[in-house]
Design a protein around this ligand. Structure first.
Ligand SMILES: Cc1cc2nc3c(=O)[nH]c(=O)nc-3n(C[C@H](O)[C@H](O)[C@H](O)COP(=O)(O)O)c2cc1C
Length: 391
């Protein structure tokens, strides 16, 4: 009797086995079909051709290839939420840099300061590449709100020495590094080289005292917490956050992986940062804590300011930021903007006070330090952002 206990009569076992086989077969077929359907869906969508992070080292032959390479360098510039708010109109040896208003963030960046800084960074990459190819570039700046969004026009002539080559090499290596740093300070000669990138009309204020870094870290905690809970701003920023392979597919925005979120926020990001979700409060806590730790881990903080405020300084301020970022890259120094602190009226004045920079216009607040470099962020390819006409 004991032997039989637990064993079921034969017909029932046979039915269970059949049921198991049917279910397992069904699951296997579903999985096979699902991956096939996902593949078919991907294949059916038009894929934006993404910018590979390589540039020709040698000067390209011919006006068209030169222009294409210059635009390829420009699109590797940093931009607010990787929005890439640019278009390039190429005509012979002229490139017109045009703002793409469709790619602005009107709630986060109502005055379009961040948009103009992004365009300035793209312009600087273009000029660095031109000089590295031995060209002599000339820039004409358009008035703010130029016709059709025109921001600047670059022309060039041939026959110059190849200059700015280390900076050119850094264009493909530069990253916004959101990882934790190791608190090591920045050596004085490196700091001097970074400050030397900033042209007349701008200043780079510097903090490396641990107590003051701590104060800014606390401010970052408050500012980010408040910003995530601001549902309008959060909705806008969430629309630039990319999940699964969306960043790769679209070629823009910031992927959840790049945000380096820790704890549950990493795998719950879709809910934690969704302005409609009840979980948003946890997203705010998590992002605030992360920002505080990130600032604390820095070796120094730098604040780039325009001495005289006003829109005219934003584009050239973006150029200064990009030169700073490229120089930091050549020196092996990691950096990340922490701009939530200066985007908000409430915190801007306090930041200026911390940096003893009253009366100046803050453009970029950066944490600096040492950490392994992350992989490159996606970009839309030259073909998607540039139009070419023969002159
Ligand atoms: C005006 C401006 C503001 C930015 N603010 C932030 C910021 O507050 N936090 C951040 O992590 N990155 C910030 N960034 C960096 C962009 O998110 C980054 O450039 C973009 O995601 C592309 O990545 P990459 O710089 O590694 O190429 C900012 C960039 C610009 C130009």
């Amino acid at each position: 009797m004991d032997k039989l206990r637990g064993r079921q009569p034969r017909p029932e076992r046979a039915i269970q086995r059949r049921r198991f086989l049917i279910l397992a077969g069904g699951a296997a077929a579903y999985l096979a079909l699902r991956s096939h359907r996902a593949w078919a869906r991907r294949a059916a969508r038009p894929q934006p051709v993404l910018q590979p992070w390589t540039l020709p080292d040698e000067p390209p032959a011919g006006a068209l290839e030169t222009a294409r390479s210059l635009v390829a360098a420009a699109v590797l510039a940093p931009s607010l939420w990787n929005s890439q708010p640019w278009r390039f109109e190429v005509e012979g040896s002229t490139i017109r840099l045009v703002a793409d208003g469709q790619r602005s963030l009107p709630i986060t960046d109502p005055a379009q300061r961040g948009l103009m800084i992004s365009l300035g960074a793209a312009l600087e990459n273009l000029l660095v590449a031109a000089r590295a190819y031995g060209l002599r570039p000339n820039v004409t700046y358009a008035p703010h709100d130029g016709p059709g969004g025109l921001v600047a026009e670059v022309t060039w002539s041939n026959g110059d020495l190849r200059r700015d080559r280390p900076m050119f090499g850094a264009i493909v290596e530069r990253r916004t590094n959101r990882r934790m740093y190791d608190e090591r300070g920045i050596l004085a000669p490196n700091r001097a080289q970074l400050i030397a990138q900033v042209p007349e009309g701008f200043l780079l204020h510097w903090i490396d005292d641990r107590d003051r870094i701590e104060s800014v870290a606390d401010l970052a905690h408050q500012a980010i917490h408040e910003r995530v809970l601001d549902r309008r701003a959060e909705a806008e920023q969430y629309s630039w956050m990319r999940f699964d392979d969306d960043a790769r597919r679209r070629g823009d925005g910031v992927s959840v992986d790049e945000l380096e979120l820790g704890g549950p926020a990493r795998w719950m990001a879709g809910r934690y940062f969704n302005p409609e979700s009840w979980f948003l409060r946890f997203g705010a806590q998590s992002a605030a804590k992360q920002a505080r730790s990130a600032v604390r881990s820095a070796g120094a903080l730098a604040l780039l300011v325009a001495v005289r405020g006003g829109e005219a300084q934003w584009l050239t301020g973006g150029q200064a930021y990009e030169r700073f970022a490229l120089k930091a890259t050549t020196l092996g120094i990691a950096h990340q903007p922490i701009n939530a602190l200066i985007e908000s009226d409430r915190y801007r004045a306090e930041v200026l006070r911390q940096f003893a920079a009253g009366g100046e216009e803050p453009l970029m607040l950066l944490r600096l330090g040492h950490s392994k470099s992350p992989p490159p962020a996606v970009r839309r390819n030259v073909a998607l952002v540039a139009s070419f006409r023969n002159s």
